[in-house]
Design a protein. Structure first.
Length: 331
């Protein structure tokens, strides 16, 4: 690895935008790295590989298009990388909404403390652009659906959602205080190739162990918006290139939703399984902190000219196929 890093450092391009991607070996981060490399940016990934996987970005490391720094944002030794950056894409976080109820202080550290450490590293380094991946869960159980960015009564109902809202506030404070540009993106459920958590991942793995019965958390009627990871990354870069404010905030999602039982039916059909019995754990939500109905307004993004390419159902079907390929269940 040492030898590879030396080669990669000398391989930097002259006029390319220097981007740091925290969490760049993870699911969404690695797709962002793909897109940044494709447009010629000079990319450095910082990741502790807690949930990320180096294989997601290996071809960029091998080609010299990106370099990798294995560090934990809560530790030391990564801040120098930021010194060299034009922009930080900060994706590293603990993204597990369900598990966040079990370890709130740890989630706070992983999400809020890590974000403040990134902001401090940027301030000391003189780096003044940050892109941040937030979430629909900052709205809590919104009474306005589709929920716009200006929704007034933000009241997260999960620890995860609360930590992300706290991060947004800190980013706004830093950006306005120090004259930066910042972009916050509130994602619906993002799905697709390399996914490592979430309902589709859960169903595929459960059915891999027991193809006769599928446990579904809640009553299966939870309705949410699901967006392909490729569309998500496309929307992020689209909005960043067209806005220039100290603090810009955009929802990213599809314009419709799909319920959990329909997702279960798509997964079983795509896996070629018949006569699977669905066993519901009951209740209107899957876990403490689950928001049963989530649909984000994407009018603000659309006003810039962006459109989601697929609806929720098509995104789910595509993601199931990608996950089955990822896990070797179909070629
Ligand atoms: P992921 O777990 O695949 O990615 C997170 C990455 O961050 C991993 O590679 C992990 O190893 C790394 N990481 C975590 N803590 C770290 C630390 N302390 N130091 C260094 N690296 C660390 O998850 P993802 O789904 O790709 O999520 C990416 C971002 O998008 C997260 O901020 C998440 O909250 C946000 N988000 C995701 C979704 C979704 O549906 N997947 C929805 C809303 C928001």
């Amino acid at each position: 690895m040492r030898e590879r890093r030396l080669i990669l450092i000398t391989g930097k391009k002259g006029n390319a935008l220097k981007a740091v991607v925290t969490g760049g070996a993870g699911f969404i981060g690695s797709h962002l790295v793909d897109a940044l490399v494709a447009r010629g940016d000079d990319v450095t990934v910082i990741d502790n590989l807690s949930t990320g996987d180096l294989r997601n970005i290996m071809r960029h490391l091998d080609s010299g298009a990106a370099r990798f720094v294995r560090k934990d944002l809560l530790g030391e030794g990564w801040q120098d990388v930021v010194r060299d950056a034009d922009r930080v894409y900060h994706l590293a976080a603990d993204p597990d909404v369900r598990a966040s109820a079990g370890n709130p202080a740890t989630v706070y550290d992983q999400n809020v403390t890590a974000t403040v450490r990134v902001l401090e590293a940027m301030r000391e380094a003189g780096c003044s652009e940050i892109v941040f991946t937030s979430t629909s869960t900052v709205y809590g159980e919104a009474e306005v659906i589709p929920t716009p960015e200006e929704y007034p009564g933000m009241q997260p109902i999960s620890i995860y959602g609360a930590t992300k809202l706290a991060c947004e506030a800190m980013i706004s404070g830093y950006a306005h205080t120090y004259g930066w540009r910042s972009w916050v993106f509130r994602f619906a459920n993002i799905i697709g190739e390399r996914s490592n958590h979430g309902v589709i991942w859960d169903f595929v793995h459960k059915l891999g162990s027991n193809p006769h019965e599928l446990e579904i958390l809640g009553d299966g009627r939870q309705q949410k918006s699901y967006c392909s990871v490729l569309a998500c990354v496309d929307a992020v870069l689209y909005a960043v290139s067209r806005t220039n404010e100290p603090f810009s905030c955009f929802n990213i999602g599809t314009e419709d939703w799909i319920d959990v039982t329909s997702i279960a039916s798509i997964v079983t059909a795509e896996m070629g399984l018949r006569n699977v019995s669905f066993r519901y754990t009951g209740g209107d939500r899957g876990w403490v902190g689950d928001v049963p109905r989530m649909l984000l307004s994407v009018e603000k993004l659309k006003s810039l000219g962006w459109r989601p390419a697929l609806n929720s159902e098509a995104s789910v079907r595509e993601a199931v196929r990608a996950l089955l390929r990822d896990t070797g269940r179909i070629p």
